[in-house]
Design a protein around this ligand. Structure first.
Ligand code: SER
Length: 351
């Protein structure tokens, strides 16, 4: 089995072999950017390059970026605990062109990596393009040979990517995988139909290719950027699930390691009931978010980033209650996650 770690390396190696410079993940706390509470995408550390304010000694980059989607324009908090493919904290695998290659290479490499290197079945892949992006549609047909009926057009909400209220943005093209009817998690919902962008787990978005060409300014209008760029992002937990042949992101190797730790501490086993499994999942998701936030210097508090951290701890603790009483006994005292002082002690490792 390809481990998550091996998959990350395989992604980075693929782009390094195509002359991309491997860049380290930046902090979850964006540097010098008051417009964002947390790093929500791989492109955040390159914002000033896209805007033409900074030049790097290379024009192609690749990275595995720590991301947190829990505030502002990209907030998946409520989906965690409801489905098995959204996270607060996740890693985003990406490749970038700073005024170098554009749509043809971005599409060609994404298709090649997914279908030749990782052997995903071509006939199960669908793509979407922005309403008026005839060029991207033409390229999907030319470079990937996708039949037109599996190339769908969507508008602003699905196929125009923006990092926040302001900043670099542009039309995007997404790759979705049809995991088959058995993957649908809304079969029991009356009138539900499985569709691309249809809000069930059958068609899963794997990779987003953004063609950055505008800046959204403070007045809300779009200005052309001095050059055109590529910004792609693939959720590592999703592609790992696909390549490891599991339907839930919580069943991938490194998530199961975390769940095993919770099992060891609690009296319950993962896999006994769907409701309980969601709680195991929420705890795994939030534990990662909390750990990486603390590692990047955030501590629980009553406001801003620290308050978000505190809310994550509380939410994880709430999910711990139905599966966790033995853990509390083992620690020999009651864990009171409502008390801020207890938060501090726990998070600083003194509790
Ligand atoms: N910025 C885009 C996204 O987050 C592609 O990386 O989806």
């Amino acid at each position: 089995m390809l481990t998550g770690n091996a998959l990350r390396q395989s992604f980075l190696d693929y782009f390094v072999a195509r002359h991309h410079t491997q860049v380290r993940s930046s902090s979850l706390v964006p540097e010098n950017d008051p417009t964002l509470l947390f790093t929500n995408a791989g492109m955040v550390q390159f914002k000033s390059v896209f805007l033409g304010q900074e030049r790097l000694p290379f024009t192609r980059a690749t990275s595995a970026q720590k991301c947190l989607r829990i505030s502002g324009k990209h907030n998946d908090l409520e989906a965690v605990g409801r489905d098995t493919y959204h996270h607060t904290f996740f890693e985003m695998l990406g490749n970038w062109s700073f005024g170098d290659y554009y749509k043809e290479e971005a599409i060609g490499w994404a298709w090649d990596l997914l279908t030749r290197e990782w052997r995903l079945p071509k006939e199960r892949l669908w793509t979407t393009v922005y309403l008026d992006d005839d060029e991207a549609e033409r390229l999907w047909i030319k470079v990937a040979g996708i039949p037109t009926e599996r190339i769908l057009r969507f508008g602003q909400k699905e196929n125009f990517w923006e990092m926040g209220e302001t900043g670099p943005c542009g039309p995007c093209s997404e790759i979705h995988l049809d995991r088959g009817l058995e993957a649908c998690d809304r079969k029991m919902v009356k009138g539900h139909r499985c569709l691309v962008n249809g809000d069930c787990a059958r068609f899963i978005e794997l990779w987003n290719l953004v063609f950055i060409q505008y800046n959204r300014n403070d007045q809300g209008s779009l200005q052309d950027l001095p050059a055109k760029h590529v910004d792609t992002g693939m959720g590592m937990e999703r592609i790992t699930a696909v390549l490891q042949g599991v339907l839930s992101n919580y069943d991938i190797d490194y998530m199961r390691d975390l769940i095993r730790t919770t099992e060891d501490l609690a009296a319950k086993k993962y896999g006994e009931s769907a409701e309980q499994d969601l709680s195991f999942g929420v705890i795994a998701d939030h534990a990662r978010a909390v750990a990486f936030l603390i590692a990047d210097g955030v501590v629980p508090s009553n406001e801003g980033r620290g308050y978000v951290l505190r809310r994550l701890l509380r939410r994880a603790a709430r999910h711990g209650r139905p599966i966790g009483p033995p853990l509390q006994r083992r620690l020999g005292r009651r864990l009171d996650f409502e008390a801020p002082r207890a938060h501090h002690r726990l998070c600083l490792g003194a509790g």
